[in-house]
Design a protein around this ligand. Structure first.
Ligand code: 6MZ
Length: 357
């Protein structure tokens, strides 16, 4: 694919369903934050700089990097800043619907509660000025500037439970999600280092969330763990992320249940969860017409973008422009927002079809 094709991928409307807030921070922002903490003597800037600028990372190293990023982005005002920047970055490449996920964090030393963390996130969303943002159920809230017709981005939130957390902490996150439904929270994600903890710890919270009408997406099969993969699929989540280390029986179950998969190509290759793009399960699932959506995972950590993921899929699997457009449009079926949003998104794609074909 040449440069013009990349421009085409950027101009196409896109739907992002698997993006972690702290994994999507610009390198330039992380370096700026590191410099400030370096000057205060809290961290050694040069050590941090090397880690941030490193391009190849195993899954293990990625989680060490997240611990570092979390040190850099701890306080409320930084959480607000990164949220604004991340949303504006997705808007700038024509993402029209974004489900942004983040782990609400409690940090007593700076008087941060899970709720105040999320309030800082919401403040960042409201500060977005480059596009109009629709962030809550129909008719509730939109941050429109000057009443003029401008580009619009729908943003919804998923609250993540980190696998390091306890059952109680997970339940607190679910309760917060329920209280924040009017602010655009639509679901719960289970993420974090896949070799840490047992997913059964979170089962009571996940079950409760589902009973209360929240949608659920689980990081599933990022490492080989057949027992967990089977149990996760049997739970019938609304979507799963990754599905890298599946065995024959897992594929059979996934396909028969038709659970949509959030595919993160660059992330899987960089973390060596998949040995090479030629062996990626995207090809088989796409051929089988299994519900799929291309996502970035951590656009900052893996130096990618959603347009870049489409370009990669196109070059690796021979997708033509019409097929890429269709793939992007089909993602509307798997979003957690209501039918009204789905209809509006379909209208956006219809207008774009005429322009792009
Ligand atoms: C599992 C991941 C992940 O929530 O602090 N996270 N969990 N697998 C991955 N694949 C590479 N990438 C990111 O964003 C960062 C957090 O998202 C989860 C991890 O829990 C990480 O700490 P937030 O905004």
């Amino acid at each position: 694919m040449n440069r013009q094709d990349m421009e085409w991928c950027v101009s196409m409307p896109k739907v992002e369903l698997h993006a972690h807030l702290n994994g999507s921070v610009r390198d330039s922002t992380l370096l700026e934050l590191a410099r400030v903490l370096g000057e205060k003597g809290i961290i050694a800037f040069s050590d941090v700089e090397t880690v941030i600028m490193k391009s190849d990372r195993t899954l293990h190293e990625v989680f060490k990097l997240f611990d570092l990023i979390h040190i850099l982005t701890t306080d409320h005002s930084t959480v607000t800043r990164i949220t604004k920047e991340v949303i504006e970055d997705f808007a700038s490449e024509n993402v029209v619907y974004l489900e942004l996920r983040t782990t609400p964090k409690r940090n007593d030393s700076i008087r941060m509660s899970k709720r105040s963390y999320m309030e800082a996130v919401m403040e960042g969303l409201k500060a977005v000025s480059s596009v109009d943002v629709d962030y809550a159920p129909a008719g509730l809230k939109t941050n429109t500037f000057n009443g003029t017709t401008r580009k619009k981005l729908y943003v919804r939130f998923l609250l993540s439970i980190d696998r390091r957390e306890s059952t109680e902490a997970a339940m607190e996150t679910v309760k917060l999600a329920l209280e924040m439904r009017d602010s655009g929270v639509v679901g719960i994600d289970l993420s974090g280092n896949p070799i840490v903890g047992s997913w059964t710890t979170f089962l009571p919270a996940l079950k409760y969330a589902r009973e209360q009408g929240l949608c659920i997406t689980l990081h599933c099969g990022e490492v080989p763990n057949q027992e967990e993969i089977t149990a996760m699929l049997d739970f019938l989540p609304h979507r799963i992320g990754h599905a890298c280390c599946f065995e024959k029986e897992n594929w059979r179950k996934l396909k028969s249940l038709k659970i949509p998969v959030e595919i993160c190509l660059t992330s899987n290759i960089r973390t060596e969860t998949i040995s090479s793009i030629d062996n990626h399960h995207f090809a088989d699932l796409y051929k089988a017409k299994h519900p799929l959506v291309l996502c970035t995972d951590d656009s900052g950590v893996f130096s990618t973008s959603l347009s870049g993921e489409y370009r990669l899929a196109s070059s690796a699997f021979g997708l033509r422009k019409t097929e890429m457009f269709q793939l992007a449009e089909t993602a509307i079926d798997f979003i957690f927002a209501d039918d009204g949003v789905k209809e509006e998104l379909r209208a956006i794609f219809e207008v774009a079809t005429e322009k792009l074909h």
